[in-house]
Each structure stands twice: as structure tokens, then as C-alpha cells.
Design a protein around this ligand. Sequence first.
Ligand code: ATP
Ligand code: MG
Length: 584
Amino acid sequence: MGERTKEEMRNEKESTPETTTESKPKDFIRQIIDEDIRTGRYGGRVHTRFPPEPNGYLHIGHAKSICLNFGIAEEYGGLCNLRFDDTNPLKESEEYVQSIIEDVRWLGFDWGDRLYFASDYFEQLYEFAIQLIKAGKAYVDDLSPEEIRKYRGTLTEPGKESPYRNRSVEENLDLFERMRKGEFPDGSRVLRAKIDMASPNLNMRDPVMYRIIHAPHHRTGDKWCIYPTYDWAHGQCDSIEGITHSICTLEFEDHRPLYDWFLDQLGIHHPRQIEFARLNLSHTVLSKRKLRELVEGGYVNGWDDPRMPTLAGLRRRGYTPEAIRNFCERIGVAKTNSVIDIALLEHCVREDLNKRARRVMAVLRPLRLVIENYPEDLVEEFEIENNPEDPSMGTRKVPFSRVLYIERDDFREDPPKKWFRLAPGREVRLKGAYYVTCVDVVKDENGEIVELRCTYDPESRGGMTPDGRKVRGTLHWVSAAHALDAEVRLYDRLFLKADPDDVDEEGADFKANINPNSLEVLTSCKVEPSLANAKVGDHYQFLRLGYFCVDPDSVDGRLVFNRTVTLRDTWAKIEKRVNAGQTT
Ligand code: ATP
Ligand code: MG
């Protein structure tokens, strides 16, 4: 590659997408809304909604939709509803409803008194269906589900009309009412829209509006045994709520003509549907079905397992709402699908925690270090800053004594070149305390190192260099007598491949790519005593080790920490490379 001028490099830097939060041009959705406001469509009103189906916990993909819908409402002085699209009693539950409410609130959004359920509209939807039947636009079909599938045709072949398609309005009304009354078994009949079996759009080939499901619903109990399909319910629910901009993911683009058809036939308020590309994240699956499989198959420890991309999992892992919202803002919205590197998400939480997390010292794999020339019963306290990035976070006192723990990884008996940590005969700085030199190594009968013997230089108090001599390494430490015991859980990516669906073996699925080493539990960690009052959810930076968060498993004073992220910012590296114009 030839020489590039600074000017060229700066231009490249400025044009790098997705890495800055400076005032960006408006995305295509906001441009559409601007235009609707300008033309007076909906009288300048902006009313969005977030419409989850309560069939699982929310994941980071949903966060994108939440930030978009609630964000737009806020920006335009409009409203955003939280509506549960609870039309399938077989897959939905109250547990999921509660978790979703909690997660949206945690992200920092407020729906006021506008918490709605599609199931609240069942009666109205039923009335709408009657209206279509009366207009000759819907009919009861006796074909079996398999037959309906067969009759539907393919992308290249038209479908075939059902022999029941031309029933009279009276017969349809009678049969539909009896479907509702529970006279027929599951799967024996459906209500279908009467549109066009030859339409090039398969969604328009007489889609099913109601199916018979004799199962109690988490909200309506046994009141109904016919349930609206998502396709039938969704657009009408938006209409009932007076939604102006019905924002959804790209896979519903082909459904839009159907939704338009329903609304036009009924002659009711017609929201504008806008589709955007869903979030895909590398090394992650974002589908409630797959996430449920991980939970139910015991591959993870529940929906809030810190390795899960669910909001509950991310929260437990130590992600903050601010970091997630910032991530959603950075990725923006587009019309084409792409995969976002998970390193960007990690970068966002690092950036946020860097500001708010107190720096403390913790030793994950302790190795005893005894300072031979330090007085037996002396305890000194060193004042150490809580966050060098933010002096207003103050300082704390950390006790120091003759017996300490350091990280096992920070000592090598036979160090490689450029080893700046501890080794026999080498001197290092103990963060904020003293210089120590390793004078001896104690081993057990198996040859395992159990203790380091050191001397310290009293002149180096506070970690200051007494005579200008250099030490390259600064190690973290805790005082053995004062340290608290802790468990620390370290996480790696849940999937080995960037695309978990890329499987090598025939018949295998995404589960074949699960990383068997995604969780490492360290049970004999030592943390500095200032953590005695740490509360569940508190964030810390353990010096040199990463950001950590107190897990709810902490009980009776025994602390359990999750590592949120390491300090190594792979995204910043990618960004630097991109800015430097390198492609690999
Ligand atoms: P999943 O495939 O995970 O089950 P879903 O679309 O079936 O997702 P819903 O509960 O229907 O889940 O989704 C609620 C809202 O969140 C919808 O508007 C949907 O478009 C949006 N959404 C779901 N997944 C994503 C994603 N990965 N990126 C952006 N938006 C998403
Ligand atoms: Mg869905």
C-alpha cells in the first residue's frame, strides 16, 4: 500500500460508519415520519408501539426495536404503547409477560397507562371477522391443515381454491359462530380470508384468520377456543390503538399487502407500516425459539444466564441500559440485513463502565507472596484512587501487610523475553504500595509453586520510584489477612463460530457450535475488603482483569461476580484498523 496523506486518513476516518455518535443524518424511518408530518398525514401525530409476543424473554434484537419505537415517540413528542401480541395460547405465559415488562422498564422506557394486550381485542377482532364474512370476504374452510398447505401452491405455481370457498354468507356465519361455541375439534375448520389463490404473493392466497385451539389462554382463560392468527390480529390491533407508524422487521414486508387489504376491507384507521432490518449479532442467536431450546435443553442456566443475549442475561452479566441504548443508537437502522460484530456491543459496555465503575483489586488465582523484611504485625493503609478517569469518585484506603496474594499468572519461574511481571530476582511495583523483589520460590512435594518470598524497598512507599530506577511491571494485590473470599465467573462467547447456523455436519444445527468452554468458575478468589458492602448489580473494574458485576447468587456475605467484559477492546482495534485504511 502506498503512502497516504494525513488528509486522506482523516477523510477515511470521518466516513467510517457506525463508530461515531455525532449528529448523523436521519435514518430512512425518521425521514418518512418527517414527510408524514409535513404532509399532515395522521394530523402530525406520531404514535408507535412495541408489540412483543410473550413467548420468551426479550433479547438484544428486541432492544433495537424498543429503542427505535420508544425513541421515535420521544423525539417527535408522540406516544409509544407496549402491546403484547398474545394470540397463541400454546406458547405464551404470564412469566414472559412479567419479564418483558421488567426488561422494557429497565431499558428506561415508559408506556404510561398504555399497556395493552391483543387478547383484550378478541371480541373486536371477532366482530371484524363477521364484517368480512358478511361482505363475502371470508369463509370457513373444512380442509385439514395439510390440505391447506398443499392447496396453497408454490412461488412458481398458483394455488388451488378450496371446495368450501364458495359457501354462502349464512353458512359461513353459522359455522363461524359454532366454531366459537366449541362445537368442533382442533384443526377441523379454520376461517380464511377470501382474496386470491393465484396471487404471486403467497400471503394473499386466502390466509387463515382463525384456528380452533381448545387451550386456556393466560389472560382470557377458557373464554375462547378460536384464536386469531398473528397476520389477522396484528394490523387490526395497530389500527384499534390509533398507531400511526407500525415499525416492524423486514420479514413482514411481504405481509404488508395483506395487512393493507384487511384494513381497506374493514375501512378502519390505516397505520403506515415501515420495515427495517433486524439485528443480527455475531457469535449469537437471536430467536426466541432457539433461545428457548438453549434454556430447555439445559445448555445454559436459564433465560437470565449471563451468556444469553437476553436482556435479563445481559443485565445479570453487568450490561447497563445506557450501554445497550448507546449500542442501538450506533448500529442505526437500515433496509438491508447485516451482521453486527459482538465486539461493538462489548465496546459500548466498556465505554460506559469505564466512566462509572470503581477500580478495585481482586486476585482470581491467588499465589501467596510473603515480604520477608516487612514487619510481622504491621498494617499500612494506602490511599488509592477509585477512578483515574474521574477524580470526583474519590479514593479509598487499601490495607497492606506482610502476606499478600498476587495473581498466579503474574509470576513465571522461567520468564520469556519481555516479561515485565514477577520472576526470580526481578523487581515489580505493587500497585499503590511498594516495590518488591522475588528472592525465593517455595514449592510443595509435587513441585507446584505455593509461595513467593520477596523483599520490599521501604523507600518506594506509595509505589514511587526512590532513585529513578525503572520497573516495568505493576501488579495488583490483596492483603491475605484482609481479603474477602469470592467466586468469580468468567465467560466466553456462547458460540464458537461467528455464524452459529454454519454447521459442518449434515443434520446438525446451531447447537453443534456451542462453545463447551463458555463458562469458567473460579471459587477461591480474593478481593479487597472495600467490597464488603458490594450489592447485587454493582459494577467494578478489577484492575487489569476487566469489568465485573455482583451476581444475585451472592448470599450471606459470600460474593459472586460475573465478568462483564475484559479490558481488551477488540472493537477499538478493528476501528483503528479501519481508520488506518487496512482491510485485514
Ligand atoms: P424472535 O424471532 O426472536 O421470536 P419475534 O419477531 O418473533 O422475534 P416478537 O415478540 O414478535 O418476536 O417481536 C417483537 C418486536 O421486536 C417485533 O416488532 C419484532 O419485529 C422486533 N424484533 C424481534 N427480533 C428483532 C431483531 N433481531 N432485531 C430487531 N427487531 C426485532
Ligand atoms: Mg414473532
